[in-house]
Structures are given as structure tokens and as C-alpha cells.
Design a protein around this ligand. Structure first.
Ligand SMILES: *Cc1c(COP(=O)(O)O)cnc(C)c1O
Length: 369
């Protein structure tokens, strides 16, 4: 079976974790600081704080800006639910703006119309590893005095117009086990704003500025030195694994061009994609549903997944909430019904990719048999 993800832990991570175990300092300490200083190379931002997850990174980014009840935060309805949950956790309202059908990214040309007097933040989600249109997003934010919190959970090292994701204003990264780099669970807030960084550091540690000097209602959002040790090893290989993913993605696209039923990924010219997921769309007139195709591929030894099977507004729980608002997510809904992610992780061989493509071909052909 060719799985959609593979967790890749090298000897370097094992050595560093052992070093932490032997040091007796397991919680946030020197390794976390070292990880933070090294992660700056990925984000291109001068400040960053390591945290317990990507979700807590989103929550603290918003809380550092003072976001709460009465405020609105704009984001995409086609995302992992953590983006929405982080907004709701602060008490703010999530306003969902529809996506582009070819990139699956929030359509920045719709932002202007979604802004109202309550809007405080835009969260562009760099879905699957491709950055959103940060030029238009930044222009709208500046015109209305809004802040930007990039959801960069899937986009470590990606760039828009040669600028790194994570360096536009504030950003949240995730190091969950299946992301492009991992600490098991973990996250970071990166920022160009020293005040935001200072507030995040206080909030992650019980609201303490100095020892037992409480200045805010904080919580425990800390990363451990054990997690940071894994992260340092992962960081050393990130560029290589990302290059590998890109090579695999491009090769798979060249093979899938033979099957007009599959719409291969579109990468905009002004950005670099880091291929967290390789996501195709099934065209509507193929005679096979997306879920049937997943099953047919599974029988051929290929693990594929629907990321994401529904637009956020299609979940009854979120549809019933009046703090999740959306005028129109028809593009998001139609993408959710037709997307399929295929394996392109760095552990795959050329033979694996050939097999994935031929499995797609035979699965699609099977409908007429
Ligand atoms: C993974 C992910 C998150 C949440 O990160 P965790 O580390 O799992 O909490 C947020 N947004 C997106 C788009 C993600 O893919």
C-alpha cells in the first residue's frame, strides 16, 4: 500500500531527543530556544514563538491582537476546521469568503466586499502548500486597517513574490505529525511585530512576564524540549524533502496529463508551492464519483484522501452557529465534492509514482467495463 503520508524521522532527531532525555530538562528550555532561532530561516520573520500546536498558534496570534466577542475574522470555508475553531475560541465571528476553483485558495478579489465595521483580521490559508494572493490581501488589509494572520500550517518555506510565507505580518505554523515538518504535535507564531511576539510569549506561559509577574490571563501553550529536538532534526532536512515533494508532484502531473478526467494542480507563477498535498479535481462527467475513485485506488494499493470532503458550512454543527457566517461558498462546495489528494511524499520512488498514475488510469477506465 502506498500511503498518502509518511512520517520521516532520522537518526539526527533520535540523537537530539536522547540528548534532551539525558539532560533532565524536558519541558520548554534551551532546545525550544534553539528551535525558535533556527525556524526564523523558514519563516523569514524576525520573531517567532514555539507553541503546543498549530491551533494554539492561531488562537494566540488572534488573542495577541486582542480579538474577541464582537470582532469578525475573515477566512476560507475550504480549510481544516482548526482555522475556524481558533476564531471561535476567541469569541469572534468567522466570516467565510469563497475560493478560487483552480487553486482552492480564498479568492482575494472577494475580500473587499466581506469587510465591515467589525472586521479586524484576515486569515489567508495557504492550502496544500500554495500561498494565497498576498498582494491583494495586503492591499485590502492596509486599506481597512486590518491585520493579517497567515494560516501557514501547510506551507513551511513557500513564497509569494519571493517573500516567505510567515513574514507578511503574523502567521501560524503547525508541526503536526503529517505536516511537511513535524515535532509530533507543535506550532509557532511568527511575526514582524515585536509587540505581538512579546504578548504571545506572555500568553503561552500563564500570562507571566517575569517570574510570577502576571500581566494577562494566560494559559499553558508551551512546546517541550523533546518536541523541539525533533523539530531541529526535521528543519535540517526540510529544504531537501520539499524539493523531493516538488519533483514528485511535477512528475505525477506529467503522468496524469494522460487522463482528462483529472484536473491536475494549478500553481500561480508569482509563488512557490511546497506540496503539502497534491490535490486533483475529478471532472464532473466521468461516471465515477470521488468516493468511488478513492475506493478503487485503495484496491489498487494507492492511499488517497478527500481534503476536504465538505465546505465548512455543510457541517450541520457549524451551519447552526450564528458566529459562522457566509454569503456564498458555492465554489468551495463544488471543490469539496470533487477533490482528491494523491501521495507525493518524499519517501516515494519513481516506480511508486508510475504505479499511482497507472492505478488512476485503470480505476477511471473500470467504469466502462
Ligand atoms: C494542521 C492545520 C492546522 C492546525 O494545526 P495543529 O497543529 O493540528 O493544531 C490549522 N490549519 C490548517 C490549514 C492545518 O492544516
Amino acid at each position: 500500500m502506498i500511503n498518502i503520508t509518511r512520517v520521516d524521522i532520522g537518526q539526527r532527531e533520535k540523537d537530539l531527543v536522547n540528548q534532551v532525555l539525558e539532560s533532565g530538562q524536558l519541558a520548554q528550555g534551551k532546545m525550544v530556544s534553539e528551535f525558535e532561532s533556527q525556524f526564523a530561516k523558514v519563516s523569514g520573520a524576525p520573531y517567532n514563538s514555539a507553541l503546543s500546536s498549530g491551533t494554539t498558534a492561531l488562537v494566540l496570534a488572534l488573542r495577541a491582537l486582542g480579538i474577541g466577542p464582537g470582532d469578525e475574522v475573515i477566512t476560507s470555508p475550504f480549510t481544516f476546521i482548526a482555522t475556524i475553531n481558533a476564531i471561535l475560541e476567541t469569541g469572534a465571528t468567522a466570516r467565510l469568503v469563497d475560493i478560487e476553483p483552480d487553486t482552492f485558495l480564498m479568492d482575494a478579489t472577494l475580500l473587499e466586499n466581506a469587510v465591515n465595521h467589525r472586521t479586524k483580521v484576515i486569515i489567508p490559508v495557504h492550502l496544500f502548500g500554495q500561498p494565497c494572493d498576498m498582494a491583494t490581501t495586503t492591499a485590502v488589509a492596509q486599506a481597512h486597517g486590518l491585520r493579517i494572520v497567515e494560516d501557514a500550517a501547510q506551507a513551511h518555506g513557500a513564497t509569494f513574490a519571493d517573500q516567505k510565507v510567515g513574514s507578511f505580518d503574523i502567521a501560524a505554523f503547525s508541526f503536526y505529525a503529517t505536516k511537511n515538518m513535524t515535532t509530533g504535535e507543535g506550532g509557532a507564531v511568527t511575526t514582524t511585530d515585536v509587540n505581538v511576539d512579546e504578548t504571545v510569549r506572555v500568553l503561552r506561559n500563564q500570562g507571566m512576564k517575569g517570574r510570577y509577574e502576571y500581566v494577562a490571563q494566560g494559559f499553558n501553550y508551551r512546546m517541550t524540549d523533546l518536541q523541539a529536538a525533533i523539530g531541529i532534526g526535521q528543519l535540517e532536512r526540510l529544504e531537501a524533502t520539499t524539493a523531493n515533494r516538488a519533483t514528485n508532484a511535477n512528475y505525477l502531473t506529467s503522468l496524469l496529463k494522460n487522463f482528462p478526467e483529472l484536473i491536475t494542480p494549478v500553481v500561480r507563477e508569482d509563488r512557490t508551492h511546497v506540496w503539502h498535498q497534491y490535490t486533483v479535481r475529478l471532472s464532473s462527467d466521468t461516471g465515477v464519483t470521488r468516493d468511488e475513485l478513492i475506493e478503487k485506488l485503495r484496491r489498487r494499493g494507492v492511499g488517497s484522501m478527500a481534503y476536504y470532503p465538505y465546505s465548512v458550512t455543510e457541517y450541520p454543527y457549524y451551519a447552526a452557529r450564528d458566529d459562522v457566517v457566509c454569503d456564498d461558498d458555492s465554489v468551495s462546495r463544488s471543490c469539496a465534492a470533487s477533490v482528491l489528494s494523491l501521495p507525493i511524499h518524499a519517501g516515494l520512488t519513481k516506480d511508486d509514482l508510475d504505479h499511482i498514475a497507472s492505478a488512476c488510469g485503470s480505476a477511471l477506465a473500470e467504469k466502462t467495463e
